[in-house]
Design a protein around this ligand. Structure first.
Ligand code: SAJ
Length: 406
């Protein structure tokens, strides 16, 4: 039996996939209202195919609870933020989950950590927690790191089709966990040591952050001399060994904008490139702000309340707003501009910022400049409604000649 700890963006789909494939699963989360919703077959976030998967897993017997239960395998999928000042990983949720597992588990259990952790975390911190509780690591408790790799918007497809890494000290345990994941993962599953699994996960997200930072830096260079960064990237990418990502209003979400900091926090003298990339990506909301000012100046618009920000989520067609470029931009605006800019996002149904509109037409009626910050399918399908507006298109989705770009 598997006990999945943490029923958020990663833990829930993973638990459901195991249950769907005939494995006995109990999902545990400390959030009581979340547990009650899941029991009723309701979700707290949108993800394609997840509703049906939840309904099917419930029929197959998945259980949700606030309690930790006895199981042979525990899968930990709790958040791992970083401490703002030191940039080091904040392990409070992981440590608390491990301790609660140790309160109920039997000797011989395996704890699989799926949450992204900074390289060395298991060796330096998790093992101590376990030893301090009187368990012998490698004998009473087996530790495995199996970092998740799924992308919001395509989670179910990627759970089945992405390759996985399993880091284990004991190869035999690693093979057993591989066997478990191969119930639903149809791609290659590599078994390696824990440190390699920890490091390669952080490296994957850091690589993407650096690539996006390069695109963002190119966007700034191109802006100064009026070159088309999108055409330049597209042309360069025709080269068989070049693959530059797209510039944008910043990097959000709980992964790419967080994980590189683990390396900066642990290796401050060795992470010049990684730190620069973080800084470039974090500077993009200010760049957008500068572009907004350019447009206001050009059209003699002084009233900030005539500006509308489209999109609050960290990327297209998801409802997750964590660390989103729009929230970063609003934070910056407080310092520089009078407050009053309007905001709309079709995926965000609760009021999370001031002057947030719940109706798209009402939002459009109030504004003269629209800043497209997220390329939701919704805006692509409603582009015609923007014809009378000044458009700042930070995602390069608008084909109107008059649209301003990054
Ligand atoms: N972004 C750009 N330009 C691009 C691509 C993305 O500006 O060309 C921005 C997005 O708009 C968003 C941010 O970057 O604000 C991050 O989005 P993303 O789609 O790049 O990645 P995430 O955070 O949704 O998911 C990543 C994935 N990691 C990699 O692709 C290496 C996913 O596979 C991981 O499972 C996930 O992090 C995680 O949980 O670690």
């Amino acid at each position: 039996m598997i006990n999945v700890i943490g029923l958020g963006y990663i833990g829930l789909p993973t638990a459901l996939m195991f249950a769907e494939n005939g494995i006995e699963v109990v999902g545990t989360d400390y959030n009581e209202s979340l547990v009650n919703l899941l029991k009723r077959g309701e979700l707290t976030f949108e993800e394609e195919g997840l509703n049906d998967l939840l309904a099917s897993a419930l029929l197959k017997g998945i259980e949700f609870t606030n309690e930790y239960v006895k199981a042979n395998t525990y899968i930990v999928a709790v958040p791992t933020p970083y401490v703002k000042e030191s940039k080091k990983i904040d392990l409070k949720y992981v440590i608390s989950a491990i301790n609660s597992i140790l309160d109920v588990c039997e000797k011989g259990s395996t704890i699989v950590i799926e949450s992204t952790i900074s390289p060395g975390t298991i060796d330096k911190f998790i093992k101590n927690e376990i030893t301090n509780k009187g368990f012998n690591v490698g004998v009473d408790i087996h530790l495995v790191h199996a970092p998740e790799r799924i992308i919001p918007g395509k989670m179910i497809y990627e759970l089945e089709n992405n390759s996985r890494t399993i880091g284990a000290e004991d190869k035999e345990i690693g093979e057993k966990v591989k066997e478990l994941y191969s119930q639903f993962c149809n791609s290659e599953i590599i078994v390696t040591d824990i440190r390699t699994a920890e490091m390669s996960k952080v490296v994957e997200n850091t690589y993407r952050d650096i690539n996006i930072a390069f695109a963002n830096e190119l966007a700034k260079i191109c802006r100064t001399d009026n070159m088309d960064v999108y055409e330049i990237i597209e042309t360069a990418n025709k080269h068989p060994r070049v693959n530059i990502l797209q510039p944008g209003p910043g990097v959000g979400g709980h992964c790419i904008s967080v994980d590189p900091w683990f390396l900066v926090g642990d290796y401050p003298d060795l992470t010049n490139l990684i730190l620069s990339a973080r800084k470039i990506n974090d500077s993009m909301p200010s760049h957008v702000l500068g572009r907004m000012r350019d447009i206001m100046r050009e059209h003699g618009i002084k009233d900030i309340t005539k500006i509308g920000l489209y999109g609050l989520t960290y990327k297209e067609d998801v409802d997750d707003i964590r660390e989103s470029p729009t929230l970063q931009l609003l934070e910056k605006m407080d310092e520089h501009l009078a407050y009053g800019v309007k905001v709309f996002d079709p995926f965000v149904k609760e009021r999370v910022v001031e002057h947030q509109f719940m109706n798209f037409e009402d939002f459009l009626n109030e504004i003269e400049i629209i800043v497209i910050l997220v390329s939701h399918t919704h805006i692509k399908q409603n582009m015609d409604l923007l014809k009378t507006k000044h458009i700042l298109d930070t995602k390069n989705i608008c084909s109107f000649e008059s649209a301003y770009k990054l």
